[in-house]
Design a protein around this ligand. Structure first.
Ligand SMILES: [Zn+2]
Length: 453
């Protein structure tokens, strides 16, 4: 079937997946899980081995020990059900990124469940640690496009479809995923993040999108560079969105919504009432309590067949909003996505015990520094915190030091024992995710930034 038609079919079906009771939502998930796990265990040797190792039956899947991105990549060849080899996937994905041509696809191996079927390949943006590869089949891609269209086009959905839909994507790598929907009425334009900003800004203005999708830092840079667009929706992806970005984009381009999408899947979508809901109609979320109202998700994607995600632990930290949404959906609401697990900093408490400081606290402290436009805080040792500032002036250094010391003390850390180092914030390499708070692995060999006089 034509890709665009199939996607619209999925978008229409999505309208029926609006659950008003948790019981109905969980019954729907159980139904999907029952069939999905049986199929996956029969076709993915890696998943079957995990159940065997844990001594669990398929019906006990919620007790399965979680797996990580590193483990997923290590066992990629036995995990995917299309008979793909990681080396081939990486070779194609990397050459696509080098050539800026994302039309290449792999074919499922002859003996696999996806024999001779096209499989789209991509890489996660790999901010740190393990770079993830993802592979999706034709049907998964069409469903992705349908779900996205349903949730992102301004309601009412059918009226939105009557007008031409022009989607502009500003992404580091298109991964072929987004080109799947291409027809007279629906067009997707991919704007390559590795192009210079003024050129991108001009391309964005020319594309005149009705839906504008990209990381908030990039959208913000293009707005500042003079890009003009009046999309019905600005969709922020791939980064934690700060309030200042939301306000600027809202004023410059139009109404802003956030989508929580990762290599691991489409994890949360906005509703017409302005909430970000977990995508629970398709993904089952188990949540590990981290304390202080923070949770780490373990996902089981009930729609991923080529690259199964079963009890897969994410690096992100979520804060949830427990109050019901006025849209009537019972899918849980995300109040904040806090970036990656390693963004939490580790200091010693005044008592000497280890103390976790959430990135939120540090961002709040630095947001209070007058005249500070951008910053990065990097913890390089248990007692050393680098503050890279823009602009890096005596006044911003003094104010940042005072705010950060106060925040450390409030969090219960031994603020006097933390050494603050300063330097100018240099522009991030194009196409990399912006991270404002990060912690480098502490070891003798870990790179320490040069001391800037
Ligand atoms: Zn809602």
């Amino acid at each position: 079937m034509n890709d665009a038609l199939a996607a619209v079919g999925y978008a229409i079906a999505e309208g029926r997946l609006h659950f008003r009771t948790r019981i109905a939502l969980e019954a729907h998930q159980d139904r999907l899980a029952h069939g999905h796990l049986r199929w996956v265990a029969a076709h993915s040797p890696a998943v079957a081995a995990r159940f065997r190792a844990a001594g669990l039956g398929l019906s006990q899947w919620r007790s399965l020990p979680p797996t990580s991105k590193a483990e997923m990549m290590a066992d990629f060849d036995r995990l995917n059900t299309a008979g793909l080899h990681l080396s081939d996937v990486l070779a194609l994905a990397r050459s696509a990124e080098d050539q800026r041509d994302f039309s290449g696809q792999l074919r499922g191996a002859a003996q696999s469940a996806f024999a001779e079927q096209a499989v789209t390949v991509g890489l996660s943006s790999g901010t740190s640690g393990t770079q993830g590869a993802f592979v999706v089949g034709v049907q998964e891609r069409q469903r992705w496009a349908g779900v996205v269209l349903r949730h992102l086009l301004p309601p009412p959905f059918f009226r939105s479809l009557l007008r031409p839909v022009r989607v502009a994507f500003l992404l580091r790598a298109e991964g072929g995923l987004y080109r799947s929907v291409q027809s007279r009425r629906i067009s997707f334009t991919f704007l390559d993040l590795l192009r210079p900003v003024p050129e991108l800004a001009a391309a964005l203005t020319a594309a005149d999108p009705t839906l504008l999708v990209g990381p908030p830092s990039v959208l913000r840079a293009l707005l500042d560079a003079g890009a003009e667009a009046k999309p019905a929706r600005v969709v922020c992806v791939a980064e934690v969105m700060e309030e200042a970005d939301r306000a600027a984009l809202n004023a410059g381009f139009g109404p802003v919504v956030q989508v929580y999408q990762a290599t691991e899947g489409l994890l949360a979508l906005p509703c017409p009432h302005g909430s970000l809901h977990l995508n629970e109609a398709h993904v089952h979320f188990d949540l590990e309590a981290l304390g202080d109202g923070r949770w780490r998700p373990i996902i089981t994607d009930l729609r991923r067949w080529v690259q199964p995600m079963i009890r897969h632990r994410l690096d992100d930290i979520l804060q949830l909003d427990a109050t019901p949404c006025s849209c009537g959906s019972v899918a849980r609401r995300v109040a904040r996505i806090e970036g990656r697990q390693d963004d939490a900093l580790l200091f010693a408490a005044a008592s000497g015990q280890p103390l976790t400081m959430w990135p939120d606290f540090l961002r709040a402290a630095l947001n209070r520094v007058p005249g500070l436009q951008e910053y990065r805080a990097e913890q390089t040792a248990s007692d050393t915190l680098w503050l890279l500032l823009d602009p890096d002036l005596p006044s911003t250094r003094t104010a940042a030091a005072a705010e950060v010391k106060a925040a450390l003390a409030r969090a219960g850390a031994d603020a006097g024992g933390v050494r603050l180092c300063f330097g100018p914030l240099l522009p991030a390499p194009p196409g990399t995710k912006r991270r404002r708070v990060l912690r480098r692995t502490f070891s003798q060999s870990s790179p320490v930034p040069e001391v800037i006089p």
